[in-house]
Design a protein around this ligand. Structure first.
Ligand code: UD1
Length: 423
């Protein structure tokens, strides 16, 4: 199994170009199935999850040309598609469920075995199904008890759907199906993430009529047909936040290019509270951790525009070495503290109680053998390794490959002492 070897590194310095957003490109690729015409997607990050989505679309009958070296993917899905997503692919990536809406539109049926992905909680899909049922989809309840979504679309008609929680995936799946339903669908308590806005922009370019994406109420007027388009994916705000923390934790001075600072308001506010200096320049965002002492702060993860759950673990790495104690409360996923055990192996001495973690801070971390317990937690232990004494050996790095394009090369270019060992 491949590993990362991370040594204590000095302050990271230089510039890093942020890649296109993983969480934006996956639903956009799924939405490309909504037309038989060619969709060209640019600024696509070269990631394992993107490769899996390419394979999934191909297995459904689409023609996919991926040139990930140049960050481009084209999708053409002429003719009839298969309605069943192969379990081998679905189990590798939870985001596979995003094809649900498009499959129902194109084939009238969708069969998907409930997906895997990061082990960070139950991650159910009842909200996706609630929304689809409201617009005319029938779900085989017996199959569902066996972990299989077997959905059949009757005549899809717009309706009002209230989401009990602003689920990102549910909002995306409902938006895709409603784009081609008859009449108007309103999603109340919709997710407001920038990736939802990017998907709505993509769909609107294709000819959809979606208003309100980025707010808690999205209104979708169904249209009869969508057309092929070219689209540039937004920058990855989670990769951005990870490199911001990397600059702060190593007391570095890093310019991040291809960033939308508005997507990171909560993260920037919290990094400033910790003593990092963040300035917006013409070329990008500069993060300096070398100006003041890095001090503790408390964090509570929330749906956007609150502090993102995906940056909870990278930020916790920073808090382990900050001056003073911090409290982190995770409200989005019920089981997202698996990295705590790994930080503790490095001497962080964090205590958890339910969804609350207490980080004493003021620690000099020690290199250790640790595990990337999920995608973001993997990046987080690498960041901790950059300031730990000695060597940190990170295993299960396939999680990191799922979501960070060129992670090692980007860190190395900033002066990090990190190496990949492929066995
Ligand atoms: C997306 C992101 C993921 C991020 C998450 C929250 C992608 C590909 N992934 O995941 O990186 O961590 O948003 O920002 O975009 N829930 C229910 N019932 C449902 C659906 C969700 O209870 O039907 C709960 C989940 O268990 C979880 C919470 O809602 O506790 C958030 O899930 P959701 O917003 O759906 O996340 P994903 O779309 O899976």
């Amino acid at each position: 199994m491949a590993k990362f070897l991370v040594q204590k590194s000095g302050p990271l310095k230089g510039k890093v170009k942020i890649s296109g957003s993983k969480n934006a490109v996956l639903p956009i690729m799924a939405a490309a199935l909504l037309t038989e015409e060619k969709c060209e997607i640019k600024d696509v990050p070269a990631l394992r999850d993107v490769e899996v989505m390419c394979q999934l679309l191909e297995s459904l009958g689409a023609r996919v040309e991926s040139d990930l070296d140049h960050n481009r993917v084209t999708v053409v899905s002429e003719g009839s598609l298969h309605f069943e997503a192969p379990f081998d692919l679905v189990k590798m990536m939870r985001a596979s469920v995003l094809v649900l809406g498009a499959l129902l539109i194109r084939t009238g049926r969708a069969v998907i075995h409930l997906p895997g992905g990061c082990a960070i909680g139950k991650r159910p899909v009842e909200l996706h199904l609630k929304g689809l049922k409201a617009i005319g989809v029938s779900i085989d309840e017996h199959q569902l008890t066996r972990g299989i979504i077997d959905a059949t679309a009757g005549k899809l008609r717009g309706n009002t759907v209230y989401l009990d929680f602003p689920s990102v995936g549910a909002t995306e799946v409902i938006m895709m199906a409603a784009a081609l339903a008859e009449g108007t669908t309103v999603i109340e308590n919709a997710a407001q993430e920038p990736e939802i806005v990017d998907l709505a922009n993509f769909l609107n370019k294709m000819g959809a009529r979606i208003k309100g994406a980025g707010t808690d109420t999205i209104k979708i007027e169904g249209v009869e047909k969508l057309k092929g388009v070219t689209h540039h994916v937004i920058p990855d705000r989670i990769e951005t936040g990870t490199f911001m923390v990397a600059a702060a934790i190593t007391r570095g001075n890093v310019l991040l290019e291809n960033v939308v600072p508005d997507h990171l308001k909560a993260v920037i506010a919290k990094l400033r509270e910790c003593g990092a200096e963040i300035t917006m320049t013409e070329e990008g965002v500069r993060v300096r951790g070398d100006k003041r002492t890095i001090v503790s702060t408390d964090i509570k993860t929330l749906p956007y525009p609150g502090f993102p759950t995906d940056l909870q673990s990278p930020f916790m790495a920073l808090l382990t070495v900050a001056k003073g104690p911090s409290v982190v409360i995770e409200t989005v996923f019920e089981n997202r503290f698996m990295h705590v055990g790994e930080f503790n192996r490095m001497g962080a001495n964090i205590k958890t109680n339910g969804n609350c973690a207490i980080i004493p801070g003021d620690k000099t971390l020690q290199g250790a053998q640790v595990v990337a317990t999920d995608l973001r937690a993997g990046a987080a232990v690498v960041l901790a390794g950059l300031v730990a004494e000695g060597t940190t050996e990170v295993s299960q790095i396939y999680h990191i490959d799922r979501g960070y394009e060129g992670f090692v090369d980007k860190l190395k270019a900033l002066g990090a002492n990190i190496m990949r060992m492929d066995e």
